[in-house]
Ligand binder design. Sequence first.
Ligand code: NDP
Ligand code: PMR
Length: 397
Amino acid sequence: MALQATSILPSALCIHKEGRSNASLKDTSLFGVALPSNLRGDSWNSQTWKKEKVVAVGPIRAQTVSTTPNTTQAAPKEKKTLRKGNVVITGASSGLGLATAKALAETGKWHVIMACRDFLKAERAAKKVGISKANYTVMHLDLASLESVRQFVDNLRRSEKPIDCLVCNAAVYLPTAKEPTYTAEGFELSVGTNHLGHFLLSRLLLDDMKQSDFPSKRMIIVGSITGNTNTLAGNVPPKANLGDLRGLAAGLDGVNSSAMIDGGEFDGAKAYKDSKVCNMLTMQELHRRYHEETEITFASLYPGCIAETGLFRNHIALFRTLFPPFQKYITKGYVSEEEAGKRLAQVVFDPSLTKSGVYWSWNKNSASFENQLSKEASDTEKARKLWEVSEKLVGLA
Ligand code: NDP
Ligand code: PMR
């Protein structure tokens, strides 16, 4: 687990061992990884899947496209506002969040509320990428503290700005941690920050967003391919698996319960992937419970592999060196921060992306398509249970 990166190369070979694919693994070995012949070339590239085309490798797909969506298309809106939209972006001090803030600010149509744990870092970052002062406000938010989430929402309300869009983007990834670390309230840090912090934030801001007169209101949670076990990337061990949520239900505190959602032994890389499954399940549950009533569009996305962001700051140096070229030249899943920022910005404002309950991805031509989530990440019963357990943990039930 911990130094997963040191064993990434051989570990990928495990994919076929699980008997989940009937693909042949015989001929290609790239980066020390044997690739099934039907997952090479174009099919190996997660971004080459064309609309209407579903290429399955047993139950594992490189990227899949849902052609029969069971989500609802938001009705065309008549309402118009002339004011700028206000968008809250968590973790906008680096990587994808910062690139998205820049892309939105540059349209001149958005005021970005950069919700960040390090105020000075966020200010410097905004300045460095040239976001004009008029187009952003930095507000303090530490998602690893539910108290801070509540304080942030209070401060936001005091500012009396209508909130039109929320982007839950911040995350931590702790692949080399040998022992769990915890949030202020004592939840394992990755799930506590990436899922529970955002869960409380989105729940609290629902009412505020409901009141906004903005023509197209959206709540977006950043998901990932690595949480989806219907993809090759999602089958790189350790795989996401929430099990029956026994660890989460027992408090995820590593004392009275396991620090892992499924009740297993701590594994930082798995905890991150589990948290992404929670993000994708939460988005769908929000859609089911609130889309009709609020007219808010709920969506998640996989923006591509942004291999050089701060997300990998806790990984070993060798991983940080090899990961970008591996994604650029071998998987071809690589995307720059700038391009990923444009993609997420598109999910915020593009009139063609108003569908709710959807998980967006992009193909190699940077065209968006509605992607299919894994069995677990689209399990409605699990989403409901996750919702109920999370409500209790964050003090909403
Ligand atoms: P970064 O590390 O660059 O950005 C993460 C952001 O989250 C930082 O601004 C960080 O703040 C912030 N953050 C971390 N902990 C907290 C906290 N407790 N409270 C508030 N903010 C916090 O990584 P990325 O840009 O890559 O990640 C952004 C999103 O994209 C994540 O949700 C990630 O899961 C997702 N993603 C990333 C992929 C990739 O390939 N990089 C692929 C798929 C999804 P600070 O600057 O202070 O550290
Ligand atoms: Mg993965 C199509 C192939 C593909 C894609 C798109 C990704 C994305 N990865 C792919 C394949 C593989 N990766 C293969 C074959 C291996 C074994 C060599 C592999 C390994 C690997 C590691 C060790 N990949 C990783 C790691 C990480 O530590 C990253 C991670 O899981 O973070 C949770 C990661 C990622 N690969 C991706 C993406 C997008 C990540 C980054 C994180 C994320 O999901 O947010």
